[in-house]
Design a protein around this ligand. Structure first.
Ligand code: NCD
Ligand code: ZN
Length: 347
């Protein structure tokens, strides 16, 4: 078995970079591994316009490590009040890759999210006309729906009808967590794809409660059952181009997760490819990692695949207990203090 694995340079199709000192602290991790990333707009206040996205993009470009050619692909935060004309402005900008739909209250900084998707139908119609992608956080938020059932309910009540109502709209069902979601994407019309995170491929919901409550395994959508996890591994490693890489790496300062109301989000940017490589290797599908990481995303977004390559070496290493996150804040990364089997070779 080879000890080196070389892939076309990959991209991250779902990422949280934050802003200010946190942005400067976490961006080098992503820029080392990925050529481009879809940057989530859930700042406070959210990135709702092309103008705000352009300003955020400038701050990201300015925070890049010296010599980095990393390119942020911006998204706009869809609200009940987004005017259809914003789609034209976004498409003309050349730097906006899509609109992100958060159901109001679904996750971190989603209070301005959409309360009823039908209110956005005119915007979605314009997106379909211009070929602008919709990125969806696929969970209903009703209190009476069990937190583990929220993705399935979203498919039945919202997403299924939505893709029929807008038959030409291109949709990425982000960070899918269930076998139901994988089945939905496989059975959907053309123009529907999904991203899958490392945590949902590596962990099930037992890991949230292993010997006690584990806040660093809490993300949204929440980890699901072992059966769901295995269905996601099957989808990711099958070579089906509708499933591609999106880490949802979501840094939160340690004290905000180790808290009586801990934030949702797991941090994987420091070792994203290495984590995915373990999943693909254990599934006997290391030869399919490149499609998932480097081909299917740009193909869906109608962008060129990256020139250049990255190399992973089979070499054990341990992520630290925490990384700096600006000021006195630190972020606890996935596999902190544990072992990883693969390591990205520095260029
Ligand atoms: C994300 C965050 O922290 O911004 N958290 C998460 O658990 N994934 C928000 C999100 O994408 O849901
Ligand atoms: Zn996210």
């Amino acid at each position: 078995m080879s000890d080196l694995l070389t892939l076309r340079r990959p991209d991250d199709w779902h990422l949280h970079l934050r802003d200010g000192a946190a942005l400067a602290a976490v961006l080098p991790h992503t820029a080392r591994q990925f050529a481009r990333a879809i940057v989530m707009p859930n700042l406070k206040p959210p990135v709702t316009t092309t103008r705000l996205a352009g300003e955020y993009r400038d701050r990201i470009l300015a925070a890049r490590p010296a010599g980095s050619d990393f390119q942020p692909l911006m998204t706009l935060y869809l609200t009940d009040n987004t005017p259809p004309s914003e789609v034209d402005t976004a498409a003309a900008s050349g730097f906006v890759a899509g609109f992100k739909m958060y159901p109001a209250g679904a996750t971190t900084n989603s209070d301005s999210g959409v309360t009823d998707l039908r209110r956005t139908d005119a915007v979605l119609a314009r997106m379909a006309e211009l070929g602008v992608v919709l990125q969806v956080h696929g969970e209903v938020t009703h209190d009476h729906v069990d937190v583990f059932d929220r993705e399935q309910r979203f498919i039945d009540d919202i997403l299924g009808p939505l893709v029929e109502r807008h038959p030409r709209l291109r949709v990425v069902f982000e960070h899918i967590t269930t076998s139901a979601a994988a089945d939905f994407v496989r059975g959907a019309r053309d123009g529907i794809a999904a991203t899958i995170t490392p945590q949902h491929l590596l962990h099930n919901r037992n890991d949230l409660f292993r010997g006690g409550i584990r806040p660093h395994f809490y993300c949204l959508p929440v980890l699901k059952t072992q059966q769901d996890r295995l269905a996601l591994v099957e989808a990711a490693t099958s070579g089906d181009p509708r499933f591609f890489l999106g880490t949802d790496s979501a840094p939160h300062a340690r004290h905000t997760k180790e808290n009586d109301c801990g934030c949702a989000g797991m941090y994987s940017a420091h070792a994203a490819l290495e984590l995915y490589a373990e999943v693909f290797e254990d599934a006997g599908a290391l030869h399919r990692l490149e499609g998932f990481a480097s081909h299917f995303g740009p193909d869906f977004y109608r962008l060129p695949r990256n020139p250049g390559t990255v190399t992973l070496a089979r070499r054990e290493w341990s992520p630290p207990a925490a990384y700096p996150m600006g000021g006195s804040d630190v972020v606890v990364p996935m596999r902190a203090g544990g072992k990883l089997r693969w390591q990205l070779v520095e260029a």
